[in-house]
Structures are given as C-alpha cells and as structure tokens.
Design a protein around this ligand. Structure first.
Ligand SMILES: C[S@@+](CC[C@H](N)C(=O)[O-])C[C@H]1O[C@@H](n2cnc3c(N)ncnc32)[C@H](O)[C@@H]1O
Length: 202
C-alpha cells in the first residue's frame, strides 16, 4: 500500500472531507431498481467507497457489500455507520493502484452481481473488475470528465477522463447506458461526469 496516498486520503477524511456528501449517487438510485438480479442476497463491491454513501445505500436495500478503499479513516466511518444500522458491509483496506498485484481475496472472479466505482477514475482496474462480475452482473461507474466549465472535483485535467475514455475502457462488457456532460448534484453543485452502466456478457 502506498503510504503517501493512504496518508493523504486519511488526512482528508480526518479533516471531514465529504462529510456533507451523504446522499447516494442519483445514478445508482436510478439504476438499482432496474437491475435484473436473481440472487436472493445479491453481492456488490464499492470500489474506492470513501465514507460509504453508496455502499450503505446498497446495504439498506438488502445487498451484501464489500467496501474497498485505501483510507482506513474512511473505512472506519463506513464500519461505524454499518454497525449503527446493522448493515451487511465488509470493509477492506487496499491500494488499488499499487504496482503489486491486487491480492486474490479482493475482487475475486465471478463474485459480484454489481460493482460500482464513483468519482474515482481507475480505468486500468476495470478489466479486473469486469472479471469479478457474475455472468450478467453489472458495472456502474461515474467519473469526473475533462471540461472548461466551473465544476467540482479535481482541478487538474490529469485527474479527469478524456471524452470517450470510460466507454472505451468497458472492454468486453456490454454497454447498457453511457453519457457524458454537466450534472447538478443533489447538493446543487455542478459536476462534469462520464457515466457508464455495463453488463458482463452471460
Ligand atoms: C472522491 S473520493 C470518492 C468516494 C466515493 N466513491 C464517493 O463517491 O463518495 C475518491 C476515493 O478514492 C479513494 N482512493 C484514492 N486512491 C486510491 C487507491 N489507490 N486505492 C483505493 N482507493 C483509493 C480515496 O480514499 C477516496 O475515498
């Protein structure tokens, strides 16, 4: 695990980063009821879960969730919320950008009915994420897009996706829905986003 990255994110969460962003993503709220999932107790993984707004939302809706992040401070927040509400969330600390191979227990093959990755752009990881989906399982991704507009998110274009990049990274997954553009978040702030809903071919 990169100590520098972990320390940077831990410091942000210790200062209260995203503490006011408790609403689940509207994209996830929109798509969750539309997913064709047959498992009685479906499994999801929230990649770079942060404080867990989306992981907790899934768990409140009956999902068993693995919540993965580099920040153990954020994961402590998730674990506390899950415990308070008796939700099925398993917190896993991992550096998903390490030069070392990702340990096998993280993103195991054909394990999940749903994988989500929100506001964290790690396109090289999507191949591994796709392999961790059950046949017919879904991937939902939302990432900051390059733009000239005044928006929230990373100031540097380096940390934003180029147009078309997310769609191209879906690889062998079947794209169910894809969009790019300006979106007003539930808190009224403007974001430039690429949004993908894709499915593992069954
Ligand atoms: C902008 S936050 C998004 C959090 C959450 N997905 C959401 O939408 O509220 C980005 C998250 O990525 C995590 N992250 C950054 N680098 C990471 C890495 N190398 N491995 C795992 N998680 C990482 C951070 O700790 C942070 O929680």
């Amino acid at each position: 695990m990169s100590r520098e990255d972990r320390d940077k994110w831990n410091a942000r969460y210790a200062e209260g980063a995203y503490a006011d962003r408790t609403h689940p993503s509207p994209l996830l709220e929109e798509w969750l009821p539309r997913l064709e999932v047959s498992a009685a107790s479906p499994r999801a993984v929230d990649i770079a879960c942060g404080n867990g707004r989306n992981a907790l939302f899934l768990a409140r809706n009956g999902w068993q969730v693995d919540a993965v992040d580099i920040s153990d401070v954020a994961l402590q927040n998730v674990a506390k919320s899950a415990e308070d509400e008796s939700l099925a969330v398993r917190c896993v600390a991992a550096d998903l950008e390490s030069a070392e191979p990702i340990p096998a227990p993280i993103l195991p093959p054909q394990a999940y009915d749903l994988a989500i990755m929100f506001r964290y752009a790690n396109l090289p990881l999507l191949k591994r994420v796709g392999a961790s989906l059950k046949p017919g399982g879904y991937l939902i991704v939302e990432a900051h897009l390059q733009t000239d507009a005044e928006v929230i998110g990373p100031g540097s274009a380096r940390f934003r996706l180029a147009p078309g990049a997310l769609r191209a990274a879906a690889g062998e997954l079947a794209v169910v829905d894809y969009s790019e553009g300006l979106v007003v978040d539930p808190d009224g702030r403007l974001a430039a986003l690429a949004r993908l809903v894709a499915r593992a071919v069954s």
